[in-house]
Design a protein around this ligand. Structure first.
Ligand code: IVH
Length: 669
């Protein structure tokens, strides 16, 4: 290549890279894959290495590579970066609009409505279209020079796109971390045993204020702009919404999909409700919306107070994070004996509900957060997600606060607490002697997929266990109406109902009974599989772990739980007493000799004589497994009319394919 060819190729590559960056970051409509993009970038890097004279500061290769700083320089903002007045209620929005209309002497005002991104404000200065300097907001008058770090953010163009921009253009906007990137960052930190960030905002702030831009470059920060600051030698449109559209054309990302020009205060409030409903589905955190008077001449007439513009208002959403204090840490004991630490909080209104307890899950989580009784903590509740403690305000820790350790003895029964080496969960070893486990075991026994006894809830079980009327599920069947009627919140009628429900529950199935026993890791599906394999309870109780593992989906852990359960004399006694009380089930027909036992079927398409549900039941009754998707483990695919892609997959895997006639023959055989 001649020197001229190289120069041309370098310029061509830069243009292509900038264009694809614009498509990706601004229009959200990429046209090439990441790999192709990387190839273009690498080619440019190579050419620049070979011809260092061609390197320019706005080349896309110049995002990383700057040396770490000792400290950030200071930047005086040409125009102060003011904040906006906050509104927390509709009334405040109505008041704002009234005063705007009064000052402007108009009936209806046009507003530009935008999301209020929860990141940190920055100013970007473009000189002749080239990114020259970037700064944080700081105190609004003086900020920090974070140019090197901002250059690493792909969404910030190093050179403006197109033409017609002012010779000096200061763009203002928000640097933020998309939620998915935040979660990935925290997962990594957790895996390395490092401190996690409390929320995307803190993570963005922490990432932008790194002295070493190489660290910032590793954090996938994003940027969107919401306005302009200083402008020299050039003209911008005379409406805010048109300015944003113009900035977008110059290659600067704006919240294009979310922003909207609305008419009057009603338009603002509708926009607010719409964004509140969509908030949790956005890719980034927003903490409210911003209304801005759209016409710049009107903005000018309104002017500024000493703190904020009179033409803008931030309408905040109810907070999803609040601070509160940990009053105590309780330890709850579950059905399987698992100890769960629960933080009792000074009640706090967050994310639309009052939160007074949050689970701390286990000792590892407590250690990770290092949360102690008396600590000030940040509680977060977003959408329907369960509330959680996301961080401790260590600076506010009171002196002498002690690390919290789970007790060595069960807080309910005093038995030893054990934690298996490879488990995060600590458990009470008291088994059914532990009243806490007893309560949970009884609630499990009466639950719908188990013996399905109506009318026995938590409150009743608490009383039954505390008054020692019931120690094991077998005791339920000895309860009399008189005993029940004597309890709190129980009338004669409900007592009679409970006794009748218990009587009804005696006629059950072996699978339900087995599930009801509450053996660890034996859920509904495993109980069914065990019943289909063993047929009766005595055979199952005698089985050793090797035999148990012949059952589909039963591995060494489940098998060990099952044998351990039946080895306990106490458990065998409970079973015996339940049978004596009249709990019974129909004999199970075993089809072990059936050719279909253990075979795996997938059904697709419409069958003529049977529904798919009926076919599934018949197959299962013969010991076959019916699954929803074809894999190499599938033995037969039954294809009815209009089969879907499962048929293609089965063919590809060489799975035997049956039509309905063949299936019926098999079922009859
Ligand atoms: S306009 C003079 N628009 O909220 C008005 N600000 O309290 C300048 N923010 O410092 C700000 N999204 O960091 C504006 N769409 C938006 C915004 C937004 C987030 C932040 C910004 C500002 C603070 C105002």
């Amino acid at each position: 290549m001649t020197a001229r060819d190289v120069r041309r190729r370098v310029e061509d590559l830069r243009q292509q890279i900038n264009h694809h960056n614009y498509l990706y970051c601004v229009l959200d409509a990429p046209e090439i894959s990441d790999a192709e993009y990387d190839r273009l970038l690498r080619e440019l890097q190579t050419l620049e290495q070979q011809h260092p004279a061609l390197v320019t500061p706005d080349s896309p290769t110049q995002r990383v590579g700057a040396a770490p700083l000792i400290k950030f320089g200071e930047v005086q903002h040409a125009i102060p970066m003011r904040s906006i007045k906050n509104a927390f209620s509709e009334q405040e929005v109505l008041d704002f609009d009234r005063s705007v209309r009064k000052s402007l002497q108009v009936d209806v005002v046009e507003y530009s409505a935008e999301p209020k991104l929860d990141g940190l404000a920055v100013s970007l200065v473009y000189q002749d279209g080239v990114f020259a300097r970037g700064a944080t907001r700081g105190d609004g008058v003086v900020g920090e020079d974070v140019t090197q770090n901002l250059r690493t953010i792909n969404a910030i163009p190093l050179r403006l796109y197109g033409s017609g921009y002012p010779a000096l253009l200061e763009v203002r906007g928000e640097v933020y971390l998309p939620r998915a990137a935040f979660e990935a960052l925290n997962m990594d930190a957790q895996a390395r045993g490092e401190k996690t960030f409390v929320n995307p905002r803190n993570a963005a702030a922490g990432s932008l204020r790194q002295l070493d831009p190489k660290i910032t470059a590793l954090r996938p920060l994003a940027f969107f702009c919401y306005g302009v600051g200083a402008v020299e030698r050039g003209k911008l449109p005379d409406e805010h919404s048109a300015i944003l559209a113009q900035l977008r054309d110059w290659g600067l990302p704006v919240a294009h999909e979310q922003k909207k020009v609305v008419s009057g205060v009603q338009g603002c409030l509708d926009y607010y409700r719409d964004m509140a409903a969509r908030r949790n589905r956005l890719e980034y955190d927003i903490d409210g919306v911003v209304y801005k008077v759209n016409r710049l001449d009107q903005q000018e007439m309104l002017g500024y107070t000493s703190h904020h513009p009179r033409w803008a208002l931030a309408h905040k959403f109810p907070a999803q994070e609040e601070n509160t204090e940990v009053l105590g840490i309780d330890v709850q004991v579950g059905r399987t004996g698992a100890l769960t630490p629960v933080a009792r909080l000074n009640p706090v209104f967050v994310g639309g509900v009052t939160v007074s307890n949050v689970t701390l899950h286990n000792q590892d989580e407590i250690d990770r957060l290092d949360v102690r009784v008396g600590d000030s903590v940040i509680v977060r509740r977003a959408g329907d997600v369960i509330p959680q403690i996301v961080g401790v305000l260590h600076a506010r820790r009171i002196q002498g606060a002690q690390r919290f350790r789970l007790p060595r003895h069960c807080p309910v029964c005093g038995a030893d607490v054990v934690r298996a080496e490879d488990e995060v969960v600590a458990r009470c070893s008291g088994g059914l002697y532990c009243p806490a486990q007893r309560k949970e075991a009884i609630l499990h026994f009466v639950s719908r997929p188990a013996l399905d006894v109506e009318g026995i809830g938590e409150k009743l079980v608490d009383q039954l266990v505390e008054q020692k009327l019931v120690e094991t599920p077998a005791d339920l069947y000895a309860l009399t109406e008189e005993q029940l009627a004597g309890l709190e919140r129980m009338g004669e009628k409900s007592a009679a109902n409970v006794v009748a429900a218990l009587e009804n529950s005696k006629a059950t199935t072996l699978a339900r009974f087995l599930y009801a026993l509450g053996i660890r890791e034996v859920g509904v599906a495993t109980a069914l599989a065990l019943v289909q394999h063993f047929g009766d309870l005595d055979a199952l109780m005698r089985a050793d772990t090797a035999t148990l593992q012949q059952v589909p989906d039963v591995g060494p852990v489940v098998a060990a739980h099952i044998t351990a359960f039946f080895h306990q004399a106490h458990n065998r006694e409970v079973i015996e007493r339940l049978r004596e009380a009249g709990v019974h089930w129909p004999a199970v027909k075993l089809h072990r000799s059936s050719a279909l036992a253990g075979k795996s079927f997938v059904l697709t398409g419409t069958l003529e004589t049977l529904t798919r549900e009926e076919a599934k039941e018949k197959l299962q009754a013969l010991g076959a497994k019916v699954s929803g998707s074809v894999s190499s483990k599938t033995n037969y695919l039954v294809a009815g009319a209009d089969p879907g892609s499962k048929l293609d997959k089965a063919r590809a895997l060489g799975v035997e394919i049956l039509d309905e006639t063949a299936l019926l023959k098999m079922l009859q055989a």
